[in-house]
Design a protein around this ligand. Structure first.
Ligand code: GTQ
Length: 324
């Protein structure tokens, strides 16, 4: 190094550490790769939550805190490298428990919610005055700003997976909630609702497609036919002893195993993770990770998932990597 170089480096150093800070400016050129990265770079890591492991813990929560007291008795599924409410960089998932006779009091919020019912019977969600019965496999939407309370007219625990766009509101600070004056919003039972998607027609739609792999997107009234502007819902069939075609999209996902055994390979090379799953497990897939589901011999696998695909599409930021 010549004296001229050394002098210039020292000048640069001084410029960055002394000249710039008082003006509240910072050089882009030292952080270019971080600010405009060569690849999508989610912070979340792939992770799986075992239902078998969590179920007794959720029931223990049921003994310790009442739904009324908790407002929502939920174990949040937090990504190991992130903080609540992040399951991925943009999606939140939680396991919610309602016991017979309980009420999770009515409130409404800007955030959108969907639920995938895992177990129990005669639990209900009341949405804007419509009391919707819940059973295994149902997807139930709580559109933005609709009053909703949850209750249980049956016996035994009622457990479901909540999917919300809460992490988005860490960034957009515009989510807020309002309680209703009573714990229950007045409601009447309904047999069907545009907010409820029973499992049977979804499975029938998957089974009517030919080949060992099929994909279904829950249809709603938003752009791209999705169930909301931010969160989309999907289901997949992967036949026993086969694997899904590889895919890689901008989106992040939370998967829930409706049925079957297998594993999912998430990402490639050194950062690839193998998530081994069985019925009712939940797993998180960060943005822009290659996904391949590998299913064991024996049983057809059905996977439910929700993603941030609609949000990314609405923002013009959704991409996919095509595999031949
Ligand atoms: O059921 O309204 O898991 O407001 C988190 C926030 C569920 C709900 C969650 C909520 C709800």
């Amino acid at each position: 190094m010549t004296n001229v170089d050394a002098e210039k480096i020292a000048k640069c150093e001084k410029f960055i550490t002394e000249t710039l800070p008082p003006h509240n400016v910072s050089p882009l050129w030292t952080v270019m790769d971080a600010v405009v990265p060569p690849f999508p770079n989610p912070k979340a890591v792939p992770h799986l939550w075992s239902y078998k492991e969590l179920r007794p813990i959720l029931l223990e929560a049921g003994e310790l805190v009442a739904a009324e007291e908790a407002e929502r008795r939920v174990l949040m599924l937090i990504n190991p490298v992130l903080k609540a409410p992040n399951t991925t960089d943009t999606l939140y998932a939680g396991l919610q428990l309602i016991l017979p006779g309980e009420t999770a009091p009515a409130h409404r919020h800007v955030a959108f919610a969907l639920r995938f019912i895992i177990e129990g019977e005669r639990g209900f969600t009341a949405i804007d005055g419509k009391k919707i019965n819940m059973e295994r496999g149902d997807v139930i939407l709580t559109p933005k700003w609709t009053y909703h309370d949850h209750g249980h007219d049956g016996t035994g625990p009622m457990i479901w997976l909540d999917g919300l766009d809460l992490p988005v509101y860490q960034f957009l600070p515009v989510n807020f909630a309002q309680g209703y004056s009573e714990s229950r919003y007045p409601s009447e039972p309904v047999e069907t609702s545009p907010s409820k998607y029973p499992w049977a027609p979804v499975q029938a739609a998957l089974d009517s497609q030919s080949g060992p792999y099929a994909k279904f997107t829950y249809q709603g009234g938003f752009a791209g036919g999705h169930v909301s502007q931010i969160i989309g819902a999907h289901a997949e069939r992967v036949d026993a002893g086969t694997q899904s075609p590889p895919r890689q999209e901008s989106s992040s996902f939370v998967f829930h195993v409706y049925q079957g055994n297998g594993y999912t390979l998430v990402g490639e090379g050194e950062q690839q993770k193998k998530l081994v799953w069985t019925q009712s497990d939940v797993f998180a897939v960060p943005h822009w990770r290659k996904i391949v589901h590998v299913v064991g011999e024996g049983e057809t696998a059905y996977l439910f998932s929700f993603s941030d695909t609609p949000m990314l599409s609405n923002l013009g930021s959704w991409r996919e990597n095509k595999f031949e």
